[in-house]
Ligand binder design. Structure first.
Ligand code: HEC
Ligand code: HEC
Length: 420
């Protein structure tokens, strides 16, 4: 890896070394030849035997030349020192950037080699194959486990917290320990370069907001789609009817056009845009009229492979495809419970969270900043020494901007406080 990164400098160094070596060899050769010729000629060649300038020349022309040269050198020094001084901060900054870039690009290579297979190229999120074993370590099933996007990681965790996660990994998940303290293969400097790379690929707040929105649209659409297939649950039927006026129609129209082989690109784009506007309007309405339902969508948001969601840590099984192969496997009865929304996973159960936070404001404040090591929160909550609960609001980390708006956090809290 190091050889790789330094290869340009190495090549330059090598070329310089060859030039110097060749020059030195040439110098030695010439010297030897010249030396041979001189054997026995010392008397003629001795410098003090040669005639030099007479006093006249020495005290006028020669002296003037020497003095002028001295003044010229002084002027050059006087001019160049301040110039150098002026350029120095820029040079230092350039060097800083250079080493930083080198660090980040080394981290980028490491990321692509070690992390991208699960977290996706440039940290957009992906899937990890994982084997679920029972308590005796026997094979139960192979599952595909969602690995969250890392292009927003430094908005929810500080650099120290990310380094901790890298050191120890996530127990009972496909995320292995990478650092020495957790028994992993990488040095602390390698981890540092990876974190530098992660800093470089973070999205802007605007990009995050549009990812969140895209995830919400997807969730609403999925619900509409499922309802179209089978509308039995009375609550869902009601929702379907609420939606159908605008949304259901637009969805069906969109579907029809997409499935029509004769539809042209423009038509498809138009239908897609119409649907998107309707979904956005619907979501604005929902946030106002039914914040808890809006909060539920946010809690389970599929955007960024779950990076913006709470469910992946607070609902066991939500990160893997348990409801397919796993849930049907009779061996799993009692081992992997059917998903209980907010029933706890890597993070604690949120059912009855009102006994931890007496007010929704306190709870929102906690969700906004997340855990600091050993921070006390709520009535009797204490964060782990590593601080694992991410912060989703402004001021959660050093970065400006947040993964969720304060209104969105308030909506999630409303949903959580209704969990039972
Ligand atoms: C074998 C697949 C796999 C590999 C390889 C892997 N990860 Fe992960 N990683 C995961 C999964 C899955 C999770 C989510 C675990 C969970 O659901 O709690 C995760 C979680 C994380 C988290 C915490 C994210 C969060 O918001 O909770 C970070 C940070 C992370 N990985 C960084 C890395 C880095 C950096 C590398 C490379 C050095 C890496 N991972 C390699 C699968 C992987
Ligand atoms: C990376 C995993 C993870 C994600 C994602 C996550 N949490 Fe947590 N959460 C935790 C952990 C772990 C704790 C326990 C505190 C600790 O030790 O860090 C916790 C604690 C909490 C608590 C306090 C519960 C109690 O009774 O003490 C609340 C409330 C909470 N989380 C809400 C949320 C909300 C809302 C979201 C989504 C916006 C969310 N969490 C996303 C891991 C997570």
């Amino acid at each position: 890896m190091i050889i790789y990164a330094a290869s340009t400098q190495r090549t330059i160094g090598l070329v310089l070394a060859i030039i110097v070596a060749a020059g030195f060899a040439l110098y030695v050769l010439v010297n030897i030849r010249a030396g041979r010729k001189e054997i026995g000629a010392e008397v003629e060649l001795a410098p003090n035997r040669k005639k030099y300038f007479d006093d006249e020349v020495l005290e006028t022309r020669r002296l003037d030349i020497a003095l002028t040269a001295g003044v010229a050198v002084l002027i050059i020094i006087a001019l160049c020192l301040p110039l150098y001084w002026l350029g120095e901060p820029g040079r230092q900054e350039g060097f800083d950037n250079f080493t930083y870039d080198q660090f980040a690009s080394r981290g980028g290579e490491e990321y692509e080699e070690l992390c991208a297979q699960c977290h996706g190229a440039a940290g957009v999120g992906g899937q990890a194959a994982y084997t679920v074993l029972d308590e005796q370590g026997r094979y139960i099933a192979g599952v595909s486990w969602t690995a969250p996007a890392l292009n927003t990681i430094l908005y929810r965790f500080t650099e120290t917290e990310v380094t901790h996660i890298l050191n120890y990994g996530r127990p009972q998940s496909p995320m292995p320990a990478w650092g020495g303290p957790g028994g992993g293969p990488l040095t602390s400097q390698q981890l540092e370069t990876i974190v530098e790379y992660l800093i470089e690929i973070q999205l802007t707040p605007e990009q995050m907001a549009s990812e969140v929105q895209e995830g919400l649209r997807e969730s609403v659409l999925k619900e509409v789609r499922d309802l179209n297939l089978e509308a039995t649950d009375s609550e869902l039927v009601e929702l379907y009817n609420d939606l159908f006026d605008g949304l259901g129609d637009a969805y069906l129209h969109d579907l029809e056009i997409r499935q029509n082989p004769e539809a042209d690109v423009e038509e498809i784009e138009e239908a897609k845009e119409d649907l998107q506007h309707l979904l956005d309007d619907y979501l604005v309405d929902l946030a106002e009229k039914n914040a808890a339902k809006y909060g539920e969508y946010l809690f389970n948001n599929p955007a960024g492979a779950g990076a913006y969601a709470c469910a992946r840590c607070h609902t066991a099984g939500s990160s893997w495809n348990a409801d397919n192969e796993l849930a049907m496997n009779p061996n799993l009865q009692g081992l992997i419970n059917a998903e209980v929304p907010g029933g706890g996973g890597f993070g604690p159960s949120l059912i009855g969270v009102t006994s931890q936070f007496s007010s929704a404001e306190d709870q929102s404040a906690f969700v906004s900043v997340g855990c600091e090591p050993n921070l006390q929160y709520g009535l009797n909550g204490v964060c782990e020494p590593s601080g694992q609960m991410p912060g989703f609001g402004p001021n959660a980390t050093e970065l400006e901007g947040s993964m969720l708006s304060l209104e969105q956090i308030a909506a999630i809290v409303e949903y959580e406080r209704g969990l039972e």
